[in-house]
Write a protein that binds this ligand. Sequence first.
Ligand code: NAD
Length: 332
Amino acid sequence: MTSPLFHTMDISKSSFLITGGSGFIGSNIVAYLVSHNAGKVRILDNLLTSSIENIRPFLDLPNVEFIEGDIRDSETCATACKRIDFVSHQAALGSVPRSVKDPQTTHAINATGFLNMIVAARDAKVKRFVYASSSSVYGDHPVLPKVEAETGKPLSPYAVSKKTNELYASVFANTYGMEVIGLRYFNIYGPNQSPDGAYAAVIPLFMQAVLDNKSPFIDGDGEQTRDFTYVENAVQANMRAMLVQDHNALNQIYNVAVGERSSINELFNNIARLGQSDLKAIHRASRAGDIQNSLADISKAKNLLGYSPSIHLAEGLKRTFEWFRQSALKSN
Ligand SMILES: NC(=O)c1ccc[n+]([C@@H]2O[C@H](COP(=O)([O-])OP(=O)(O)OC[C@H]3O[C@@H](n4cnc5c(N)ncnc54)[C@H](O)[C@@H]3O)[C@@H](O)[C@H]2O)c1
């Protein structure tokens, strides 16, 4: 399905670097750029948490280049930024629980790797550096909906790493005159998100469970809420952030969400309904570092970036479930 147009500028002569470009969100950004004839799309990824299959359809295209490399290596970052106009920095080690288990690797990739990337982008004089932050930055701030200016204390090493990104971004904008925009994603889901491994996100886990007819786990009572955001909305935010012309929109951080929330119990019921399943989830202890409720105020992104989430939960879950169903058919 071709996505709607999220940009007006001619991108046929522009070069884009997508770090983490074989990952879930990154590969969706790559797909958008390719389908809209971007001049050059370079992907930097070490395939740590993603499959090359996510970008396989693009690898033979003349305007696509894949660098298999690690952002912990500053030389690799410098090479990747050469002759690039716009960077969308998605590479990171995701997952709050993984960061609780292994804070050092999370820091090395998400904080030091980020610093390597923004230094390389500065040295290569890229036009703009857009990066993935996270709603985890809101930490223990109790107020809903979350507005960008008010954050609390981070509750996990992952949140610390994303907060660090935001601090560096602000300093690099002020000190070196870079154009930098941060996107605080709220629970992104959709095609290419992996259901595998101990740190898989809840929507792919639930969808795979329904397709396999195996009861999934729900952490805690399931009444915790999230602002689940279909990946096409995140792609839109990246495109708008990379190309926005309004100077007031630069050097800012934006919530990227839908602005609606659903509990985990409701989410599971919706997914079970899509799969026509009467499966019941199994409740277990809640996880360290998790926040109870999450809901974004998206008016800043609407006003300054022209962001408008086109896909809401029901449609997003329908599309995603269909993608998982097709993937299961292909692998059988
Ligand atoms: N998915 C979400 O709900 C969500 C929410 C908030 C923030 N984010 C952030 O969005 C970004 C993309 O996340 P995603 O959900 O697509 O996850 P993902 O794991 O699918 O993508 C991350 C990509 O980064 C790559 N990577 C990891 N370490 C690397 C390294 N050292 N060098 C080069 N590449 C490396 C991985 O191989 C993977 O392809 C991340 O920065 C993540 O922290 C995601």
